[in-house]
Structures are given as structure tokens and as C-alpha cells.
Design a protein around this ligand. Structure first.
Ligand SMILES: Nc1ncnc2c1ncn2[C@@H]1O[C@H](COP(=O)(O)OP(=O)(O)OP(=O)(O)O)[C@@H](O)[C@H]1O
Ligand SMILES: [Mg+2]
Length: 243
């Protein structure tokens, strides 16, 4: 447990945490402390445990052992790695309205919020569309729109750029930064180094646990050494171009 006086500053804290599934332990000995209103990237090669960690933080997967404290566990937004798995509405607008209706938000406010988030991402024309017909990128934008509409205290984004074009990538980053200004903490799982560069802090995971924890710029020089052949080497200039 966290000391009471640090409660307001910490969004997530774990001690000797083991994560995984009944059939498989994925990672042990995780000691994490993520401050409120920070934007933290989690980077790791495929299959290392990024999704498992986010699902555990969200309380969707139980911890296997150790301590995990999430300060505001009932106020968590999640953009799943496969956002088609989180559709709850028959139309895009119903999907965004669902959480707002559960919070008993007045109808006019719901309508206004739906219009605002869809306009922002340039997908207002999809308001009446069936979410199952959306492209993978549009599904990611819908999942983010539905989560953003609820102003969560903690936002978990699992590879939110994986199916997104460059313009929408900038808009997603701007939304997360905007949310942080209103008090949201964000944890963003990514698999490409250049997707960490806009964040405050990056935690690189390997099979043995945390390999690096620091500023994204400081990871650039160590990236190949840490991950060896498992990640594509990227020069600094490639990174800048990609950004
Ligand atoms: N439901 C499950 N039951 C058992 N093992 C699982 C389950 N889901 C994932 N795993 C295993 O847990 C390990 C971590 O998977 P996870 O999906 O968390 O990795 P990841 O870093 O998110 O990978 P990716 O980059 O491919 O999304 C992998 O070995 C995976 O095969
Ligand atoms: Mg994953």
C-alpha cells in the first residue's frame, strides 16, 4: 500500500508484482511507481507482456502475487490493442454515449460531447455508422473517443498508433496531452521507439523485467544494446523523420 501522504501524487504503484495468466507467468518482480498526470510509455518486443501489464493495471486480469495499487481504479479508460473488442454500441454515437449514460450525463451534454470528439478526429460522418464496419484505424479512434468522452483519471492505451495515419497520430498525442492538463495520467504501450519520444518517461520491458526507466531521449542510444536483434535498429535521423 502507498503511504497516505503520497496518495494524491501516485497513480499506480506496485511492489514485487507478478503478472500473467493462470497457465503462464509473464513477468515477476515488477516495482513501478507512476506519478499522477504523467505520460508514460511502456515499450517492449512482441510477446513480452505490455498488454498483460495494462490489463492487470485495469483490474481486468488479477495479479498473480505482490502488491498493485491503482489510486482511482473505478475511473480508468482503456483503448484495447484490438479496439473491435470493446465495441458496446450498435452505432458509433451509441458506443460513445454508453459510458456517459451510465454516469447519468444529461442528454444534451452527451450529444454535445459526441459531436465534439467526432469532429476533433474528423469522423463526424461516421456518427450513425455500425462500429463493426469501421476500418481498424477508425475503430482505434472510436475507442479513444469513447474513453476521452468520460474524462478518466487514468488512461491506458495499448498500441494506439498501430493502425493510425500520421495526422491522426498527432491528434491522438494532442488529446492525451489535453487530458493530462485536466488531471489524467496516461500509460501508453508501444512497440516502436519513435512512439515514445513525445512522452515524459519510458519504461522498457524485457523478459527479465524492467530494462530501462528514464527519459525517451536517453533510451535512443541504448535501444539496440537492450533489445539486440528483437527490434529494428533505428537511427536518430530515422526517428526524427518518423516523428
Ligand atoms: N490469455 C492468455 N493466456 C496465456 N498466455 C497468454 C494469454 N495472452 C497472452 N499470453 C502470453 O503472455 C505473453 C505476453 O503477452 P502480451 O500480449 O502481454 O505481450 P505484448 O508485449 O502485449 O505483445 P504484443 O506486442 O504482441 O502485443 C505472451 O507470451 C503471450 O503468448
Ligand atoms: Mg500487446
Amino acid at each position: 500500500m502507498c503511504p497516505e501522504n503520497s496518495e494524491n501524487e501516485v497513480a499506480i504503484e506496485s511492489s514485487d508484482l507478478t503478472i500473467g495468466y493462470a497457465s503462464r507467468t509473464v513477468m515477476t518482480g515488477l516495482n513501478l511507481r507512476i506519478d499522477r498526470k504523467s505520460i508514460v510509455a511502456i515499450i517492449a518486443p512482441n510477446g513480452t507482456g505490455k498488454t498483460t501489464l495494462l490489463l492487470t493495471i485495469a483490474g481486468i486480469l488479477p495479479t498473480l502475487s505482490g502488491e498493485l495499487h491503482v489510486t482511482d481504479p473505478h475511473n480508468v479508460g482503456f483503448v484495447l490493442q484490438d479496439p473491435q473488442n470493446q465495441i458496446v454500441g450498435n452505432t458509433v454515437e451509441e458506443d460513445i454515449a454508453f459510458g456517459l449514460e451510465n454516469k447519468r450525463t444529461p442528454k444534451e451534454d452527451i450529444d454535445r460531447t459526441i459531436a465534439t470528439v467526432l469532429d476533433y478526429f474528423g469522423i463526424a460522418h461516421l456518427r450513425k455508422a455500425d462500429p463493426s464496419t469501421l476500418s481498424p484505424g477508425q475503430s482505434q479512434l472510436l475507442a479513444l473517443s469513447s474513453a476521452w468522452a468520460l474524462s478518466p483519471g487514468l488512461m491506458l492505451l495499448d498500441e494506439p498508433f498501430s493502425m493510425i495515419d500520421r495526422d491522426h497520430r498527432s491528434k491522438i498525442i494532442a488529446v492525451v496531452e489535453k487530458m493530462r492538463k485536466s488531471g489524467t495520467t496516461a500509460v501508453v504501450a508501444v512497440s516502436r521507439l519513435f512512439d515514445t519520444l513525445w512522452t515524459d518517461r519510458v519504461i522498457a520491458l524485457g523478459n527479465t523485467g524492467i530494462l530501462f526507466d528514464g527519459k525517451p531521449q536517453d533510451l535512443i542510444g541504448q535501444y539496440e544494446k537492450l533489445f539486440g536483434q528483437t527490434c529494428v535498429p533505428l537511427s536518430f535521423f530515422t526517428l526524427m523523420r518518423e516523428c
